[in-house]
Write a protein that binds this ligand. Structure first.
Ligand SMILES: Cc1cc2nc3c(=O)[nH]c(=O)nc-3n(C[C@H](O)[C@H](O)[C@H](O)COP(=O)(O)O)c2cc1C
Length: 315
């Protein structure tokens, strides 16, 4: 078992990746996860039409930096032509991933996201459009839209020249309460020669180790929200066979770094509070502190609340 992962020419320092996360995985969030050990982190799903129409939010989410390197962005769209046109806007990223898993009706009614799973050849066309333009291209898929056709989709993705595939082992209609069915990740691994990144329910050292026995990489989503040090704990476990304790103080320090970066990037306070409330955990009074956070109206107010928490003062 190697401890590295390679996606095309892009070499990753370990096999743990942060998933694309709408309203979460902007540049500051990716940076704190990278510092905690994630080998790569994807920008959340961006709609190609928003990118092509120079939508302000999309433009700001397309920011990257040296610390974000190697970098990844995830896009979705409806037609192969859109994928050809979007290349100049995303080619600064080392890896471009196609979202074929988003179940949101807003996305699927437009023929994008998980709706694409109904048409594996179309996904292949999108991959090919990126590959022909010289882009390192991957796809993140689910097991199927309503029926499981994961092997067909995975083979079409590989045939089109993709550099890796991520399998979120649920159908599009499944919520996160349905356990991810990892045996399909194993089957995909046996069916294709490109690197397979497994996703769904990796949350700690033992689950990551199990996923890495099956797949070439493990992608983590929910477990990293408000707990970027999950990467550090998993890497420790993979090395030493035992996990580190959750470190609430260190987590709050990371929250402070996150806040500072978000403030520089002028992210809206509502978003920072939603993501930020997940960091406030693992200590007495955390529930009350989360409620207090949600009442704050500015970065100044949030910062003074966090300062009090760091000094163990009541809020
Ligand atoms: C808040 C949130 C936002 C998400 N946004 C995206 C996204 O932009 N693109 C995507 O492919 N999946 C997205 N997902 C799905 C995750 O990337 C991942 O596939 C899923 O949560 C399963 O992994 P987990 O068990 O580690 O959470 C999102 C999930 C959550 C909870």
């Amino acid at each position: 078992m190697t401890d590295r992962l390679r996606i095309g020419d892009v070499k990753l320092r370990n096999r743990l990746l942060l998933a694309p996360l709408v309203d979460v995985s902007d540049l500051p969030f990716r940076i704190i996860c990278r510092r905690a050990g994630a080998a790569m982190a994807y920008v959340e799903m961006l709609n190609i039409s928003a990118i092509l129409h120079s939508n302000r939010n999309a433009q700001s989410l397309l920011r990257t930096s040296v610390e974000d390197s190697p970098s990844g962005v995830q896009i979705t769209g409806r037609t192969v032509g859109e994928f050809e046109r979007v290349v100049p806007h995303v080619e600064k990223f080392d890896v471009v991933d196609i979202n074929c898993g988003c179940p949101s009706i807003k996305i699927t009614e437009n023929g994008s996201g998980s709706f694409l799973l109904r048409n594996p050849e179309k996904i292949g066309g999108m991959i090919k459009a990126l590959k022909d333009a010289g882009v390192t291209a991957t796809a993140k898929i689910r097991l199927g839209f309503s029926e499981n056709n994961v092997l067909r989709v995975a083979r079409a993705v590989e045939r089109a020249g993709a550099d890796a595939i991520t399998v979120h082992a649920r159908l599009a209609k499944h919520g996160s309460d349905v356990p991810a069915d990892w045996k399909w990740i194993e089957k995909v691994k046996k069916s294709v020669g490109i690197p397979v990144i497994g996703n769904g329910d990796v949350r700690d050292g033992p689950s990551a180790e199990k996923m890495l026995d099956i797949a070439d990489g493990a992608m983590i989503a929910r477990a990293a929200i408000g707990d970027p040090l999950v990467f550090d704990r998993i890497l420790h476990y993979l090395k030493k066979g035992r996990e580190k304790e959750f470190d609430a103080r260190r987590n709050m320090e990371i929250f402070v770094d996150y806040l500072e970066m978000e403030r520089e990037g002028t992210a809206d306070v509502g978003k920072v509070k939603r993501v930020g409330s997940k960091f406030i955990r693992g200590f007495e009074g955390a529930a009350k502190a989360r409620d207090e956070l949600m009442k704050k109206k500015s970065y100044e107010e949030i910062n003074s609340l966090v300062a009090r928490l760091m000094e163990n003062k009541p809020v």
